[in-house]
Design a protein around this ligand. Structure first.
Ligand code: UD1
Length: 349
């Protein structure tokens, strides 16, 4: 049997990968720091697998965990937007230093297959088209946002642009500490692949939701924030005008994509890291999702506040055609069904 190491294997996504891998016949090992940001309980096992409680910045622990491993699934990360710049050392430590230690330890252990959890945040704003083709909008300015002008504009003509699906070769333009740290992880993994002859699949997750999602914290994604508000009988608070476009994807579809990517690393070209968008392909607005969740939960309808977060991008949705054709992966959980389940399923405390 082959052995898979899942870093962050006790987390929201990592734990679903552990379940999927065991169901597919893998032997699994888990390393997780059980960081108090997201874990208030301290499980000793994940789906029956004993976990090694250690940080991915701990090179000794990594050396011990990597013995005999065939593939690494690197899910351990500090997520979210970050509250302010005081969070910078934490993002750099957990995500950049953690990945640096991991690739060094993988090189020592001569492990050549890696799947990295990345994020669509590496793109910054999504793709936009104007009358003459693709246009890159400038950053949105606070004056426009305060006046309720949320749509990105053509920097030359001032025209409102039309959002389109982003492909993997789009320019990368990280806008937050988290996004910078995710892009740094991607670059580190590319260097590792080139220098060691390894193969990496870099999965750019879109907005993941599903059972076991952490409750709202300053670092939580919007689905968790809305769901937690409903649990308190409060209305979800929707920023801007609610027209922001995102792609919400169920955590079990993400786990399935990881399993395909793990298989892909066996036969894919060596000395390369290849990026894949992992989204459902379904475009939702934030207001749609808030309404669906409120209806399914049976709670108060959302309130559109008109407020905004200056680091937010307006629209980002992807084409996952590459993952479909090269990994042979298809999302299977329809949004309505997934949101219905999520609206009442337990969250992580
Ligand atoms: C999110 C995650 C990011 C992850 C990415 C892909 C966070 C903070 N962001 O990015 O880490 O990599 O998905 O999975 O975890 N909003 C509201 N009301 C709220 C909170 C947010 O309307 O109470 C709006 C925001 O203004 C934004 C949208 O919802 O327009 C999405 O927010 P969020 O999920 O936080 O961030 P993403 O940029 O989509």
């Amino acid at each position: 049997m082959s052995l898979l190491l899942v870093t962050g294997g006790a987390g929201f996504i990592g734990s679903r990968i552990v379940v999927a891998a065991r169901a597919a016949g893998w032997d699994v090992r888990v390393i997780d720091a059980l960081s108090p940001d997201v874990h208030t309980s301290q499980p000793a096992r994940v789906d029956g697998v004993e976990l090694v409680r250690a940080d991915v910045t701990d090179s000794r622990a990594l050396d011990a965990c990597l013995a005999g491993v065939d593939v690494v699934s690197h899910q351990a990360a500090k997520v979210g937007m970050g509250v302010d710049v005081a969070d910078a050392p934490d993002y750099v430590r957990a995500n950049v230093l953690g990945t640096g230690e991991l690739i060094a330890a993988m090189a020592r252990a001569r492990i050549s297959r890696l799947v990295l959890a990345s994020s669509m945040v590496v793109y910054g704003e999504g793709r936009y088209v104007g009358p003459r083709g693709d246009v890159r909008p400038g950053p949105r300015v606070d004056r426009d946002l305060r006046a309720g002008m949320f749509e990105p504009r053509d920097p030359v003509t001032g025209e409102i642009l039309t959002p389109a699906f982003t492909h993997e070769d789009a320019p990368l333009d990280p806008r937050s500490l988290y996004a910078v740290s995710k892009l740094a992880q991607e670059h580190l993994v590319q260097v590792w692949a080139k220098e060691t002859g390894g193969t990496a699949a870099v999965l750019r997750y879109h907005n993941v939701y599903g059972p076991g999602m952490p409750r709202d914290t300053p670092y939580a994604g919007v689905a968790a924030i809305f769901r937690s508000a409903l649990e308190r009988d409060e209305a979800p608070r929707v920023f801007e005008d609610g027209g922001q476009r995102r792609d919400f994807i169920h955590v079990d579809d993400i786990a399935a994509a990881n399993m395909r990517a793990i298989e892909w690393t066996q036969s894919a070209p060596p000395a390369a890291a290849r990026a894949f968008n992992i989204g459902s392909g379904v475009v939702s607005t934030i207001l749609d999702v808030a309404r669906q969740l409120a209806r399914a939960h049976g709670g108060p309808q959302p309130v559109v506040t008109g407020g905004f977060r200056s680091g937010d991008v307006r629209h980002i949705t992807a084409s996952s055609a590459r993952a479909r054709s090269e990994l042979g992966w298809e999302p299977t959980i329809a949004l309505a069904e997934g949101m219905r389940e999520f609206s009442t399923s337990p969250m992580r405390v």
